[in-house]
Ligand binder design. Sequence first.
Ligand code: GLC
Length: 537
Amino acid sequence: MPNWWKQGIVYQIYPRSFQDSSGDGIGDLPGIQERLDYLKWLGVDAIWISPMYPSPMADFGYDVADYTDVDPRFGTLEDAQRLIDAAHDYGLRVILDYVVNHSSNEHPWFLESRSSRDHPRRDWYFWKDPAPDGGPPTNWIDRFGGNSAWEWDEQTEQYYLHSYLPEQPDLNWGNPEVQEAMLNVLRFWMDRGVDGFRVDVAYRAKVAPQWRDNPPNTDWHEGMDPYKRLQETYTKNLPDAHLVGRLLRDVVDEYDDRVLIGEVTLQPERLVAYYGENNDEYHLPFNFNLIHSDWTAEAVRDQVDRYEQVLRSPRLSGEEWPNYVLGNHDVHRLASRIGPEQARVAQLLLLTLRGTPTLYYADELGMPNVDIPEEMVQDPWEINAPGLGLGRDPARTPMRWDDTEKVGFCPPDVEPWLPSGPEEAPTVSQQKDDAGSMLSLVRRLIELRRSSPALHSGSYQSLMAPEGVFAYERTGGGDAFIVFLNMTDKEQRCPLPPHVSKGSIALSTHLNRNDERVELNVDLAPNEGVLIAVDGA
Ligand code: GLC
C-alpha cells in the first residue's frame, strides 16, 4: 500500500495569517480549526503549520523558546490537541515545523547555557573564544543581513554562533543531551497524533563543525544579498546534517505512517543525498528548484527531467519519491514572480507532475505579493538588508476569505498584523462559485489528481513539443494523460506524440474546453495549459 504522503497533497499554513479567532489581528490554531471545512472542500491531504511554539517572534516563530508548547498568540496546548483531532476527523494529516538548527535566545536552554562557562548546559550551543586578534572565531556571516554570525557575550567573554539572527543561537547537535532533548520533542508531538515534521533548514544542523573561514564568493557585487558575499563551504550541507537526518528518521520510524520532510535548498544532484544512503533520512527533501528556475518551457523541462534522471541514478534505491514546491513563506508569491496567467499554468504543472506537491496558502487564489508600507515592515531580513527585495512580508499577508472589511481574517475593528491587500486582490468567496477562477481550477486539478492513478502515482515522461511548450505524459493504473503547457504569450499548435492518436481535454487553464476531442494536434491559446485524457489507455 503506498504511503499517504506519496499520493497526498500538502498545504502550508502560515498560522499568523490564516484565520484570527481571538480578535488580536494574528491568526491562531482555533482559527485554523474553523477553516478545516475549506481545506476539506479544497481536497488537500495534509496541512503543514509553520511554527506555533512560544517565541519572542524575532523571526516570527522560527526562534523557538519552548518546543513542546504553543505560543499564547496562537492558542494553548489544548487548542493544538483539538486541532490535531479535528483535522483527523476530517481525514487531514497534520505536519508541524521542527526548527532543528537553532532555538530562541530566550529558550531556557540558552539562558542557562549563557549564564556561565561552567553551566552543564554551556555546551548545548557553540561557544568560542575570540580569534587571536580579538575578533570573531571565523569569518562566518548570518543569513539575515550578512553581519558576523558570532555574537559576543560580555558576561562570559566568549562568542556564540548564530547562523540566522543573534536571537537564534545554533544548537550543538554534537552534544548527546541536545540530541536526546530534541528527539524527545518529536516523540512529544507524535504521541499527540502529529503525522510528521517539516525540518527547518535541515542541511545546516551541526555536530562537529570545522572552525575554518568560508572563502569569498568572487561573483558577489553590491546590490546582491549581503549573505552571498561568502561561499558556504564550512557552514551548510556538511556530513553532520546527514547524521542528524538519520537520528530524526529513526525516531519518526518508531511510529507508524509518519512523514519527515527536510528543508534543503540544493540542486537535484546534491538534494537527493538527503533521502539518505539507505533511504534512511528524509522521506521528502523539499525540491525548490522550480521556484528558482527561469520560467520558460525549456528551463522548467530541464529542471524536471534532470531531477527525474537523478532519481533514477543507480546510486539510489529507486524508492526515493519526488516532490515539488512552487511557493512558501520565504519567497515572493508565485503570481507575482511569473504573472497571473502563468500562475494558472504553474498550478497545472505542480498538480500533474510525479511527486508530492506542496501548495502555499492563498496561492490557490492566485494571491499576489502585497505591498508593505515601510512603517509596517515586520520581517527582520528586510529590516537588516533593506531595499534588495529580500523581505518576506509581501507573501505572508492574511488569507482573504471574503469581501468584508477585513476579508474575514479578523474582526472589522481590528488591524491585521500585516495588511490584507488591495480591494481588487482575490478572495475565497469571489472565487468559490466562479467556474473560471483560479480556486476552481486548483480544486478541479486536485480532484483529478486524487482520482487518477496515472496522476498521483504513475510514471513521467517528457515529450517533444514546439519551442515555448513543455509537454509530458503520465501513465499508470490503466490511465494516461498528456499535459501541454504553453509558457509563451503566443498561440501554439502541438502535435500529440506518435503513439497517441486521440484523446479529450480533461481540463484547460482556460474555460470551456472540457471534453473537447483532440486528434493529432491540439491548439493552445497564449498562456494556456491543457490536460488531455488519452483514449483507450
Ligand atoms: C527557514 C524558514 C525561514 C526561517 C529560517 C530560520 O528557512 O523557512 O522562514 O527564517 O529557516 O529558521
